[in-house]
Design a protein around this ligand. Structure first.
Ligand code: SIN
Ligand code: CO
Length: 418
């Protein structure tokens, strides 16, 4: 189980999250997007072209200090990488790293990347709140990098939409929309063979660069620096298709195809070949067998509801290293309700809660929205319910027992973060 940290008190006060930490409304111009509204940004730049934003978050401080980041990289359940470019040779190591396994900050040309910082620290998670003008379903994680002078990961491209927010020190970014995405061979990381930058900027704390997928880029630290990457996944069609087919198979494609009529799940329809003649060439695949398999597959059917179920379940699935931290001494339901009515509740930073017209999807599982339609979308969109709102729900014992269950599982917590 992840270590408990004093930064995450069980009962974190009752104030509504200040609006400066929340994402701007779609039509409100915001410094975060260089004076554009989220609606304008999405229309002009999202998935289309890079945007440099000076002072997107003026006065920003790194969500974690350098030492706190190093301490995270020492944890078994944290995904971290160390990339060095000593004597012009790229090297990559995977964490965890004890403090004495990292080069000293005075050593030039190394960088530590900590993936999924939002899963491990509420301050890191809070930074993501500002970017919720894009759907949660696209959000991947917050990666925090520390680099010593001259450190970076080399010129490369990502399959992600990413906001690169400078939170400490300076980094020089060079960017190009080149078509040639050939990689250098024989390296442990993806470095472009022929990087042709077209633009170059030095980012200071508070500055931010948005890059759509497949834009070539290279960021080199000027002195020690820290950068937060807010990443949005763009799954490939291959990944989408294979994940969907896997989901369909898990769910029982046989049943989806309606080919199992009259049989129960323990007695599925079997492949049959009563007309198979004796063969002279036993290793040869019988063409009739292929035809029969093809006929079975042609009957596999799915509808839009199946696709919604798949998308919601898949995209709300926690990453494999996520372990929910159940409260050590959970309050009983009556005490939980009393406390929640006073201080509100919030989703745990690791919880993914999505919904559509019919269902909600909580950490990879699908449930019907019907009974909870009045409040669940509010909780999912805000990621908290304040005490006042909770009081209106507390009259319904079905709601309070459901929320108490989630609290005992560590999916929600008491208190609203300031
Ligand atoms: C970094 O923070 O060093 C790398 C981020 C990126 O290029 O995607
Ligand atoms: Co990148």
């Amino acid at each position: 189980m992840p270590k408990r940290s004093p930064d995450h008190p069980e009962d974190a006060g009752k104030r509504r999250a200040p609006s400066s930490l929340a994402s701007p409304a779609p039509d409100t111009p915001t410094p975060l997007l260089g004076g554009l509204s989220p609606a304008q940004f999405m229309k002009k730049y999202w998935q289309k072209k890079p945007l440099l934003i000076r002072q997107a978050i003026p006065g920003i401080a790194a969500p974690l200090s350098r030492d706190e980041l190093f301490a995270l990289a020492d944890q078994d359940d944290v995904e971290s990488r160390l990339i060095t470019h000593f004597r012009k040779r790229w090297a990559l190591e995977h964490g965890p790293f004890a403090a004495d396994e990292l080069p000293t900050p005075k050593t030039r040309q190394w960088t530590l990347l900590v993936q999924g910082a939002d899963l491990h620290d509420d301050r890191a998670r809070a930074l993501l709140e500002r970017f919720r003008f894009a759907p949660d379903a696209r959000l991947d994680d917050l990666m925090i990098s520390y680099a010593s002078d001259g450190g970076g990961v080399g010129p490369h491209f990502d399959s992600y939409d990413v906001f690169l927010l400078q939170v400490h020190g300076k980094r020089r970014w060079r960017v190009g929309a080149q078509r040639d995405l050939t990689l250098q061979e024989g390296l442990p990381l993806k470095v472009l063979a022929n990087f042709e930058p077209e633009e170059e900027w030095v980012l200071e704390p508070g500055d931010m660069l948005y890059l759509p997928p497949h834009i070539a880029h290279d960021g080199v630290a000027e002195g020690e620096c820290m950068t937060c990457s807010i990443g949005f996944r763009s799954p490939s069609t291959t990944e989408l298709t294979s994940q969907f087919l896997y989901w369909l198979a898990e769910r029982g494609a046989d049943a989806v195809a309606g080919q199992n009529a009259g049989n129960d799940a323990g007695n599925p329809t079997l492949y049959r070949d009563p007309n198979q003649p004796a063969v002279l060439h036993p290793a040869q695949l019988p063409p009739a067998l292929v035809e029969r398999v093809s006929a079975v597959l042609a009957k596999v059917r799915w509808n839009d509801a199946d696709v919604s179920s798949f998308v919601g379940s898949w995209l709300s699935e926690p990453k494999s290293n996520v372990v929910f931290d159940a409260p050590e001494k959970p309050l009983d339901e009556a005490r939980f309700v009393a406390r929640a009515a006073k201080n509100g509740i919030r989703l745990d930073r690791r919880t993914i809660l999505l919904y559509d017209a019919r269902s909600y999807y909580l950490n990879g599982e699908q449930y019907l929205l019907k009974e909870v339609r009045k409040w669940l979308p509010v909780l999912a969109d805000n990621r908290f319910l304040d005490g006042k709102r909770f009081v209106t729900l507390s009259h319904d014992s079905c709601v309070t027992s459901l929320l108490h269950e989630w609290y005992c599982a560590g999916w929600i917590r008491l208190g609203v973060l300031a």
